[in-house]
Design a protein around this ligand. Structure first.
Ligand code: NCD
Length: 307
């Protein structure tokens, strides 16, 4: 039985297969619409989320399966003091697969070691968010036709943004990727990540000005300042509007640069950018459903060739 804790749990070849399956689902929705008949997905969300939880639910419903779960730690037995390992033992009796989001780093990993069903990490604290990364990779691959030879700018809260940490991890395995980290001093990318890049001889630079690097980028990954992970509100207020991507800044970019964002957006992308063809963050949401459908099929070991 397999779980998904980090995007590195799948080899590059396995990811290719997963993305091919996601692209086939995109083209042939009907073919997959009963693939998970009788199967149940549990969504155990100990931290607020609409997008990711609904994306999982939509994915399972589109496969003909059903969903159950909770969307708030206060409405689960965690409020009574139940441990994650006990909860997953119980969920293993109710469902065939589980997507878990938790504010504590490593909680889904603990759950997976006590589980009889596949567990998917749907975001653990400031650590990893592998299914968002699968979404990001599928979006890039589908729209650009490749996952190598890019200069990618990651901008905003690089300290707390788990989607950023997961994406760097995953992209590091492809050839000729250059990372440009754009953040205020206080929200710089953690050192363990840059140490890792150094060790692998992967080129990166850290800058404060987005305008300065805009013309170099093939991809721009914007992120929200992660308010819920700040220790004090004052710092959040000071940093929240540090970057605002607008039409003027977009005019500095390559004509085929893509703008991605895991959403939710707060102020970091002005709505005037939404109509720009290079803004693909809403397309990304749709790819997120396809890739989660492909992931559920893969972890449940459904034979897609017999559909
Ligand atoms: C991200 C997350 O939860 O980390 N959202 C998401 O899953 N789409 C990004 C964020 O909350 O800023």
């Amino acid at each position: 039985m397999r779980h998904l804790m980090s995007p590195l749990d799948f080899s590059v070849d396995e990811l290719e297969k997963l993305f091919d399956l996601a692209n086939d689902i995109e083209k042939n929705r009907e073919k997959y619409s009963h693939a998970c008949n009788g199967k149940k997905l549990a969504t155990c969300f100990y931290e607020p989320s609409t997008r990711t939880r609904l994306s999982f639910e939509s994915a399972m419903l589109s496969l003909g399966g059903s969903v159950l779960g909770f969307s708030d730690a206060n409405s689960s037995s965690a409020a009574k003091g139940e441990s994650v390992s006990d909860t997953i033992r119980m969920i293993s009796c109710y469902a065939d697969i589980c997507a878990m989001r938790h504010p504590k780093e490593g909680a889904p990993m603990v759950a997976s070691t006590h589980s009889r069903i596949p567990v998917i990490n749907a975001g653990d604290g400031g650590h990893q968010h592998p299914t968002q990364t699968l979404t990001d990779l599928l979006t890039i691959r589908s729209l650009k036709g490749r996952l190598n030879n890019f200069t990618i700018g990651l901008c905003g809260d690089l300290k707390f943004g788990r989607t950023v940490h997961s994406l760097i991890n995953a992209l590091s395995r492809y050839d000729n990727i250059t990372f440009i980290f754009v953040s205020p001093e206080e929200l710089r990318i953690p050192e363990y990540i840059t140490d890792n890049l150094k060790e692998q001889n992967i080129p990166y630079k850290e800058v404060i000005s987005l305008e300065e690097v805009m013309p170099e980028l093939d991809l721009l990954y914007m992120t929200r300042v992660q308010r819920e992970r700040f220790f004090n509100e004052e710092d959040y207020v000071r940093l929240k509007d540090f970057y605002i991507l607008n039409k003027e800044k977009m005019s500095l970019a390559k004509p085929d640069m893509l703008v991605l964002h895991p959403l939710p957006r707060v102020n970091e992308i002005s709505v005037e950018v939404d109509d720009d063809e290079r803004a693909v963050y809403f397309k990304q949401v749709q790819y997120g459903v396809y890739v989660r459908m492909a992931l559920i099929l893969t972890l449940l070991e459904i034979d897609v060739n017999s559909l």
